[in-house]
Design a protein around this ligand. Structure first.
Ligand code: SAM
Length: 251
């Protein structure tokens, strides 16, 4: 199951205030990457609505943005046009990437924003990471962000509802996450996400989707990165923090 067809239309309600614009999204990686030289070849392989891809293109990178969701790829192309950048967009699942690009095409590959857990289990995750590694030049870097699943699983199945309205494009919404935590790590888990837009005159417009995900421990991820020929440069993993970033180089 790929998903993000329905959510693509309301995805800005799921992006944090601090990363809403392309400039802000790209700047959020400044500390891990430093300044990328103009002309750096970048792939964002789960581009979502394109803020990172467009932000990096605005900074002078040559950016390709891919995603499994046609609706997400369309939104990225629209954002690129709006900002006058020339981000190339391709609809592709991670495992399909080597069919679209030659090996060693990119200096940096991004897989960020809680995307990798959608790969189906350890086999799917290693296949996805293998595709990303193949496309990197020697010395090139994979930048990956992840939820801390150790924390998420410890909390068990639950409902998370935003404690304030989220305002985007002049509309307010309540955002709901329903977590279905399976008994075992390796089993398929689910997250149901609902964006309920409320209107002062009464109507509520709800868009929701049930997404599959397969959690992994930080240790497993590190081992899998090494398995596909990447060496971890830095990791911000902290078992008590919600998210972490790993930067790994192609050896
Ligand atoms: C939570 S969104 C993150 C989007 C964006 N990177 C961000 O940070 O806002 C996860 C993205 O991963 C994409 N995705 C899920 N499974 C995928 C797969 N197998 N191959 C490529 N992209 C996938 C989804 O379509 C979605 O756009």
């Amino acid at each position: 199951m790929t998903g993000y067809g329905e959510l693509a239309e309301v995805y800005e309600w799921l992006i944090s205030d601090a990363k809403l614009t392309p400039a802000e999204f790209a700047a959020s990686f400044g500390d891990v990457l430093g300044l990328l030289p103009p002309g750096t070849d970048v792939l964002d392989c789960s581009c979502g609505t394109g803020q990172l891809a467009v932000g990096l293109a605005c900074l002078g990178a040559r950016v390709v943005a891919t995603d499994a969701s046609e609706a997400m790829v369309r939104r990225t192309a629209e954002l690129s046009e709006e900002f006058g950048t020339s981000v190339r967009t391709v609809r592709a699942d991670w495992e399909e990437l080597p069919g679209h690009f030659d090996d060693a095409t990119f200096d940096v590959v991004f897989c960020v924003g809680n995307s990798l857990h959608h790969a189906a289990g350890a086999r799917g995750r290693v296949a996805a990471l293998e595709s990303m590694a193949r496309l990197l030049r020697r010395g090139g870097r994979l930048v990956l962000t992840s939820r801390t699943w150790e924390l998420v699983r410890a909390r068990g199945s639950r409902l998370d509802i935003t404690d304030r309205l989220v305002r985007r494009n002049g509309r307010d919404a309540v955002v709901v996450y329903r977590w279905e935590i399976a008994p075992l790590w390796e089993q398929e888990h689910h997250i149901e996400i609902a964006v309920a837009q409320v209107d002062a005159t009464g109507p509520v417009l709800v868009r929701s989707e049930l997404l599959s995900c397969w959690p992994y421990r930080h240790d497993e991820l590190e081992a899998e990165l090494h398995q596909v020929g990447l060496r971890t440069d830095t990791s911000t993993f902290n078992p008590e923090a919600e998210n972490y970033t790993v930067v790994a180089s192609k050896v």
